[in-house]
Design a protein around this ligand. Structure first.
Ligand SMILES: [Zn+2]
Ligand SMILES: [Zn+2]
Length: 191
């Protein structure tokens, strides 16, 4: 038990060491841990995501072998790799630019991805966390359903959650807090 306590203490110290310069502080009440299928890769989202997408596009259906994909968008520097490493593969995406998917090298389960041309040049700075790879996916239900024009006919959408036939207007869909976080990302690439 002592070793475990020491490792928790060490993690706390590492947190503090990383953020003592007035930078963003992780929100300890909104931490989300996850991992791959074999346990080799473990990661942590250090705050609430910007938004959670449920995407019904045919690309997500094919790439997941399922009816939709659920992704939590979050700043890349708020995702901590706790254990293991990921390997990136690139797959085509509807924009014509590739989506880079990060997978466990052993079990090949995807833990997150990047859309390289999204968001006015900040695609590299935003990770699409696979919500199903979190230890408790129920903590992050979708904020919006997108590309519902191609959703499977047997999927019934909840009436109280926004749904778009294709994509949405970010300024109208993201919370004020998330838009402020996006502004920080945009300013970092427009310098
Ligand atoms: Zn694995
Ligand atoms: Zn999609």
């Amino acid at each position: 038990m002592l070793a475990r306590d020491e490792s928790i203490l060490y993690a706390a110290l590492t947190y503090r060491d990383r953020y003592t310069d007035g930078d963003y502080m992780p929100d300890q009440t909104n931490v989300y841990d996850g991992g791959c299928g074999c346990g080799e890769v473990r990661f942590r989202m250090e705050s609430r995501p910007l938004i959670v997408h449920c995407c019904h596009c045919s690309w997500c259906q094919r790439q997941n072998g399922s009816a939709f994909a659920v992704n939590a968008l979050i700043e890349a520097d708020r995702v901590q790799l706790l254990q293991g490493n990921v390997v990136d593969i690139e797959v085509p995406s509807p924009s014509g630019a590739n989506q880079r998917i990060s997978r466990c090298p052993s079990c090949q389960v995807a833990v997150w991805s990047y859309y390289l041309v999204m968001f006015g040049g900040i695609g590299e700075l935003v990770r699409f966390i696979r919500v199903g790879a979190l230890d408790d996916p129920s903590r992050l239900p979708p904020d919006v359903h997108i590309f519902t024009a191609s959703k499977q006919p047997w999927v019934t959408l909840p009436p109280d959650i926004p749904a778009e036939e294709e994509y949405y207007v970010t300024e109208k869909t993201w919370s004020a807090d998330s838009l402020a976080r996006r502004a920080v990302l945009l300013s970092s690439v427009q310098r």
